[in-house]
Design a protein around this ligand. Sequence first.
Ligand code: MG
Length: 227
Amino acid sequence: MIDPTIQAVFFDAVGTLLFPRSPVSQTYAKAAAKFGAIPSDELIRHAFREAFARQEKQDFRDGWKTDEARERGRWRTIVGEVFPETNADACFAELWEWFGQPAAWMVQAEAGDLIRELRSRNLVVGMASNFDSRLFGLVEAFPELTPLKDHCVISSDVGRRKPGKEFFAAVAKSAGVPAECILFVGDDLRNDIHGATAAGMQAILFDPDDRADGGPRIRKLADLVTV
Ligand SMILES: [Mg+2]
């Protein structure tokens, strides 16, 4: 599956290597309940999707610029829009802290073995994410991910997010090899696949639910090295 010209493999974080331990809507409901709100799960999921999409549009208009303040602002706005009648500042503070903790997350079961295998083939292996600086702490906390810590590219640190070309330039810099020698693996068609290929990288969609129509994709991460 991995082309012999490839010298570095970079993974997206959330939805590829890292997953929320409970559905995000449940975590939001729990936080809001502390402040007296009891919206239905369906209402939360709908409002979250809409609020998230509005923030994506704003980032597109801003040329994919970001930083720590923007990331906090994104999530504060989303929480406020999901729970318009709640103490959104308190609710946001609670959720921000929670999602920075290892207890909120689980690592893809195959990740540890896969990363070891790729490194044993003398490939540079890294992570490239639109998360914020909280991800550095998570990488340190999960032994499966710690081997990636020297090649951990995070948008708020770079100043641009995926799918912006400046972000992928930062990935190539971290890899220390030309873009065409990098394989990017992620679950998001626009941010990961289109962004990486526009930057001259090879890309494979992680598509566990078999949703995509075509293009290089895998249903299991381990297929990267076994197929
Ligand atoms: Mg993702």
